[in-house]
Design a protein around this ligand. Structure first.
Ligand SMILES: Nc1ncnc2c1ncn2[C@@H]1O[C@H](COP(=O)(O)OP(=O)(O)OP(=O)(O)O)[C@@H](O)[C@H]1O
Length: 657
């Protein structure tokens, strides 16, 4: 039986020989070509990610051919249905994707816009009258450098959103109005302390965001990610602000762990050649997401031990979220980033939520959820019952535990890592692949392991005769994947079960989740904020009143407007252009453990897959000489290898074996 969709596009699953994959191992670690491909992938029309799933219908013999790319299309369901228990976005991602694409094409079209004003040198003075209430001198066209100069159509800057582009009304609201006191920021303008990367690349897309590289104004080598948040279809500005600030608060609350992508600041983003106005998160920059890795033709040759290591890292990230009272609720390879050192980090807390009745009291009772959330391949059946398109009986729609949703997602991620392909498109009875899996599950229990679902049963799971277990080559590993992805929520592995599982415990990782996480925060030295008359006052962050900002250090007097008017060219003050050399660290002492560099440290580039992993990330970081005290990690090599192989076979996707 074949499951297809209206936009199905058959994607070649031409397999490549291991020789051809190996050929590329070690060629180039960080390929700009690859980045271009990622961008291309990100800009592909929705149809491209559509696919056809095949299945023979036999539990053990069927070859599921559900190309991983389908997950991108499947993402369109992420925010498309109700979620009674959270403020998750409520509109179709396809529409939002279309919106961002349009926006991007415009942005790209205008990225080459001539900026004749570039010759007009901006004053160092920090008081600027801005009639539009958003831009600052630092974000004016003249302050952004590009290489090409074409199409000087400035009409782009004047539009206020069309049918495809939804723009926040001016003035953009101060993010601090939506943040709790302890998270309020002294700098709320992107342009105060950051500039867009000259390459003007979009490094990622989501249903409601585009991700771009930005750099510190003070240390150009300090690169970060800007997750520019877009309004989604039919969303009011108020809903947009609430949704985004909630995501930021959760992301910020979790930004203290080696397996969580650090989110630093919530800022206003002005309309520029790079993007349209709105809000954005300044984040730790990931090299690429796990989805992009699995998609590479070389992925199938990655050793199982490496895949298990990645899985364990993701599991540690999930455990940390749960320990903080937060359920991620959208676990999938796209939401796992790999750092330049190869460390896996969870990202995208857009539909995450606190699952305790009192988020501040971790001993308060757990809440249940209702509604369709997550992405169909990774969302369990109890969640899929809420999918309005499936017309399930209302009786089936029972409140569910969001932690069980995460456990299921983890199990499907493990299956995907090992099989190089998603096991089925949707975890519901309409999907033949999922039905096969359920049948196989019951068969295995009936024929091989009656106590499979019993707590503490650590006998081997399904073996070679079950196609979704075959590639594990290890009954214990298959047990963990199947127990996590148990179609029955009541008997599914919990995170505690997982961490007590002897096979899981035995997985070797090259980064220790318990290591102290020291992240290089961006330097925040300048701030621009608005007074009631609409003036923008730029000043040094150290002089700004809010004291909850962790970046505040020394205090220097703010110049009054009268002073500025009287002495337009005062003695240099510590502004962005006349600042003392930045401190090495804004929030943490010592050197950064995970320094984000554009190129990997030379000593890492020399590693081979056979290199022995150091005992811990910290140990390796300590041992590493030179300025890059990064984690020595197997995955860096995998990343490099896959990048290389991807340049040879860009359109291939991993095929199931
Ligand atoms: N900090 C980052 N560094 C590098 N790439 C990133 C970063 N954050 C996000 N990305 C890329 O952008 C993509 C989309 O980001 P994200 O998942 O956060 O957006 P989203 O709109 O919430 O997505 P979704 O619709 O899947 O929920 C990611 O899959 C990843 O490839």
């Amino acid at each position: 039986m074949t499951v297809s969709n209206n936009h199905s596009t058959k994607i070649s699953q031409q397999s490549i020989s291991s020789m051809s994959a190996l050929k590329f191992f070690g060629k180039k670690l960080l390929s700009s070509k690859h980045d271009n491909k990622l961008k291309k992938k990100a800009s592909l029309p929705p149809d491209f990610h559509s696919t056809t799933a095949h299945s023979s219908g036999s539990p053990s013999g069927s070859k599921l051919a559900t190309p991983l790319k389908a997950t991108r299309r499947a993402n369109s369901f992420v925010h498309s249905t109700n979620n009674n228990s959270s403020s998750s976005p409520g509109s179709a991602k396809n529409l939002r994707t279309g919106c961002t694409s349009t926006s991007s094409s415009r942005a790209n079209r205008h990225s080459s816009t001539s900026r004749n004003a570039s010759g007009s040198k901006l004053s160092n003075e920090r008081m600027v009258y801005n009639p539009y209430g958003v831009s600052t001198p630092n974000t004016s066209l003249s302050s952004i450098s590009t290489t090409a100069k074409k199409d000087p159509d400035l009409g782009f800057y004047l539009h206020d959103g069309g049918s495809n582009i939804r723009m926040l009304p001016i003035p953009i609201v101060d993010p601090n109005e939506y943040l709790p006191d302890e998270m309020k920021e002294a700098s709320i303008q992107l342009s105060d302390n950051f500039v867009f990367d000259d390459e003007n690349k979009t490094i990622g897309w989501g249903g409601s965001c585009e991700v771009r590289k930005i750099r510190s104004k003070y240390r150009k080598k300090d690169v970060f990610a800007l997750k520019k948040l877009n309004m989604i279809y039919n969303e009011t500005p108020e809903k947009f602000y609430k949704r985004c600030s909630k995501e930021f608060i959760i992301a910020k609350q979790l930004s203290h762990h080696v397996h969580i992508t650090n989110t630093f600041l919530l800022v206003k983003v002005p309309t520029t050649v790079y993007t349209t106005r709105g809000w954005g998160f300044i984040m730790e920059l990931g090299l690429r997401d796990l989805f992009a890795m699995i998609q590479k033709s070389g992925w199938r040759n990655v050793a199982l031990a490496e895949k298990f290591c990645i899985f364990k890292q993701v599991a540690h990230g999930v455990k940390f979220c749960h320990d903080q009272g937060i359920a991620h609720r959208d676990l999938k390879p796209e939401n796992v980033l790999l750092s330049p050192e190869g460390v896996c980090k969870l990202t995208d807390f857009g539909i995450s939520d606190w699952y305790r009745t009192d988020p501040l009291d971790l001993s308060s009772p757990a809440k249940t959820c209702a509604g369709m959330i997550g992405s169909p391949p990774y969302a369990p059946p109890e969640v899929m019952y809420y999918d309005a398109k499936k017309h399930y009986d209302a009786e089936l729609q029972q409140p569910y535990d969001p932690r069980a949703l995460d456990c299921y997602g983890l199990g499907v991620i493990l299956m995907t890592l090992v099989n190089n392909i998603i096991p089925f498109l949707e975890s519901c009875s309409f999907d033949v692949g999922f039905r096969d899996y359920c049948d196989a599950y019951e068969n295995f229990i009936r024929l091989h392991n009656r106590g499979f679902r019993d707590p503490g049963n650590h006998r081997p799971g399904p073996g070679m005769e079950y196609h979704l277990a075959r590639n594990f080559k290890n009954g214990h590993a298959a047990r963990v994947a199947w127990r996590l992805a148990d179609p029955e929520a009541a008997t599914r592995y919990t995170m505690d079960d997982l961490f007590e599982d002897p096979w899981f415990q035995s997985i070797e990782t090259c980064v220790n989740a318990g290591d102290e996480y020291v992240c290089k925060n961006p330097a925040v030295k300048n701030t621009t904020y608005e007074n009631l008359r609409g003036f923008h006052i730029a000043t040094d962050v150290a002089a700004v009143a809010p004291t909850s900002n962790p970046f505040l250090k020394a205090r220097v007097p703010i110049r009054s407007m009268i002073d500025i008017a009287a002495h337009p060219s005062p003695a240099p003050t510590p502004t962005a252009t006349a600042l003392p050399p930045p401190p090495a660290h804004s929030c943490a002492s010592g050197e950064a453990l995970f320094t984000l560099t554009e190129t990997p440290p030379p000593q890492l580039g020399k590693l081979t897959l056979d290199d022995e992993a150091p005992a811990t990330a910290a140990a390796s970081a300590r041992a590493a000489p030179g300025p890059h005290r990064a984690v020595v990690h197997h995955h860096l090599n995998i990343t490099g290898s896959l990048v290389s192989s991807s340049s040879a076979a860009p359109s291939q996707i991993p095929a199931s074996t």
